[in-house]
Design a protein around this ligand. Sequence first.
Ligand code: GDP
Length: 208
Amino acid sequence: MKRDYLQRAEFLISAAKYSQSPADEGAEIAFAGRSNAGKSSAINVLCNQKNLARTSKTPGRTQLLNFFQLEGDYRLVDLPGYGYAKVPEAQRKKWEVELGRYLAERKSLCGLVLMMDCRHPMTEHDDRLLEFAAYYQRPVHILLTKSDKLKNGPANSTLHQVEKAINGYSLDISVQLFSALKRRGLEQASERIAVLLEDFNPESGSSV
Ligand code: GDP
């Protein structure tokens, strides 16, 4: 049984620009996804804290990167949800550039957890993020969120469909069903995240 690092999460710092990130040491896991995909709910339930991810949503405090301290040199990073209509175009472009820098340059980034609403998986934005992750060889774990909204049959067929689609990337990608509401898939997700953090070898730039 791996240790459950996420339950120790404490807010560390918000960065409006990549250059404001804390020291690039240890290992950090970043949460990404289209806005409304269930990212905040997933972070809160995985960390077992009601309002942890609220920081990232407080109007006027919407920052590029929100860092949370886990144990020792491990961190969780909440990335801005993409496709958020209320973010002005100019701001979104700026974020894209900064986010690109983060994904390209961050040495301690051991992997991405990508949230997709199980009813609308693999959008164009998700595909772009996966292409990016593949280019920089950042492992990805996909959570097909809100799985309580689908019956078992359709939920499993979505899972298989996404499993097939991710086979096309030359990257370490895994996928699972997840429901923050029903607390489904928590252990599987925590386990995968623990492995990504623990097995990370910054020298090689990816998990071993
Ligand atoms: P974010 O924008 O990606 O951070 O998404 P949120 O976590 O704020 O969730 C967006 C909406 O989906 C909210 O109305 C949540 O209540 C709902 N939601 C999130 N997770 C679940 C889930 O597991 N099941 C259901 N039924 N709804 C969920």
